[in-house]
Design a protein around this ligand. Structure first.
Ligand SMILES: Nc1ncnc2c1ncn2[C@@H]1O[C@H](COP(=O)(O)OP(=O)(O)OP(=O)(O)O)[C@@H](O)[C@H]1O
Ligand SMILES: [Mg+2]
Length: 397
């Protein structure tokens, strides 16, 4: 849906001068721009966003997030680079088509929604449609529909000053929803809200997004917010891309020391999953095997229990060393006679927070299984603890 290549923005100097200053590479570019009196705010940024995706741009203040976002609808003109939106080359669009695109396809949501104080909530929600000159009746119906979706239908006739900050923000969201823009550009839309309301808004956004998927580019400097809502996250540093990946990839394989330090405070147990701590089981048993064979196998690895699998690899239960020894005494012939259910199974995408308390409770590690309950591997307690341990902070010069 959106494809950006080599996006670059120099502030404070004419474009031609900027382009010639940008001829160098790396730090040389930045210095040349500075010496020429400009400021390199965004430097060679490329990414693509698929239809229906929530793509998050994250970084410290001044890293260039808003500049990138504004280049996506040419509120800021890129100094260099190319930008395709739904196949159309944005730079080549004449003014009237650009206006069309901004009116119909792309909607921008700001941190302060700039509600019109003397208009009722309904008219505020309909504002984006008014700009597009939709008929009045249709506008109001659409606004009511959007207000219902954000849970504000009973406030439609109120004025903005009668609403709390969170409610105002929801009106802003309703305004964006009321339009049928396929692309929503959101610049820190929740950062003025207090933490609880902010979480509600994140939930609401995710819920709305699951109902009708739009393409959302979302700017935030809050890492936990980025990890909660972003399918992919682009971490920016000084106008460049430090890493662009899923939350899970960023946490489990940070691109460099900067990203490592940046993500050190995130709640890893909510982002990392069973799949991240999956190991092949040291031993397993098959249905039909004799207790004596299985007990020997356990002895060799000094474990107290073993997963018993059927011929398709499905977990049928756990045999403990005790139960196996008992079966030996009582003359049991197969491992099935000593099966128990003392284990916990999770899917590979289960966040660690959902099962870490249970690690070490059973004689066997947590089982990681597929939808048919086939054993994919185990999540040993030590692997879970190692994954959750925050890497030592790296010092930055
Ligand atoms: N119109 C402008 N003229 C000159 N410099 C600008 C302009 N807009 C932004 N900048 C500079 O470009 C850099 C990137 O700004 P930008 O607003 O994109 O950052 P940001 O990541 O959105 O920061 P924040 O989190 O504070 O909103 C900053 O150093 C800023 O001072
Ligand atoms: Mg900004």
């Amino acid at each position: 849906m959106i494809e950006a290549r080599g996006l670059t923005k120099v502030y404070g100097m004419p474009r031609d001068g900027a382009v010639s200053a940008l001829r160098g590479a790396g730090e040389r570019r930045r210095n040349a721009v500075r010496e020429a009196g400009g400021f390199l705010a965004v430097d060679d940024v490329g990414f693509s966003v698929s239809a229906g995706e929530i793509f998050v741009i994250m970084g410290l203040s001044g890293s260039g997030k808003s500049t990138v976002l504004r280049m996506l609808n040419r509120l800021v003109e890129p100094t260099m680079g190319s930008l395709l939106v739904d196949g159309a080359d944005l730079a080549a669009l004449p003014q009237d088509e650009l206006r069309q695109l901004r009116n119909r396809k792309i909607n921008m949501v700001f941190q302060h929604f700039a509600l019109l104080p003397h208009r009722r909530v309904r008219e505020n929600a309909a504002y984006g449609l008014k700009v597009r000159q939709a008929p009045a009746k249709q506008r109001m119906e659409r606004a009511d529909w959007a207000l219902r979706r954000v849970g504000l239908e009973q406030w439609a006739d109120s004025y903005p000053h009668e609403l709390s900050g969170g409610m105002k923000q929801r009106v802003g969201l309703a305004r964006a929803l009321a339009t049928d823009a396929e692309i929503l550009l959101m610049d820190e839309p929740f950062s003025a809200l207090d933490p609880l309301i902010r979480r509600d808004m994140q939930e609401l956004l995710l819920q709305l997004q699951s109902e009708d998927r739009r393409t959302i580019v979302f700017v935030t400097h809050d890492l936990n917010e980025a990890m909660r809502i972003g399918e992919r996250i682009m971490v920016m540093r000084d106008g460049r891309v430090a890493q662009c990946a899923t939350a899970n990839e960023i946490i489990s394989a940070p691109a460099d020391d900067y990203v490592t330090e940046f993500v050190a405070d995130v709640d890893r147990s909510r982002v990392l999953t069973a799949g991240n701590v999956l190991r092949p089981p040291l031993v397993t048993a098959r249905c039909g095997e004799s207790p004596v064979e299985v007990l020997k196998r356990l002895e060799n690895v000094e474990m107290n229990g073993i997963f018993v699998l059927d011929e398709t690899g499905r977990v049928v239960g756990v045999a403990t060393d005790k139960a196996l020894a008992g079966a030996l005494r009582d003359g049991g012939t197969t491992v099935e006679s000593c099966l128990g259910g003392d284990y916990h199974a999770v899917p590979a995408d289960a966040p660690i927070v959902e099962f870490c308390d249970l690690a070490g409770r059973h004689t066997v590690p947590i089982a990681v299984v597929d939808a048919d309950r086939r054993l994919l591997g185990v999540a040993p307690r030590a692997a879970i603890l190692a994954a959750l341990a925050v890497p030592k902070k790296v010092r930055h010069a």
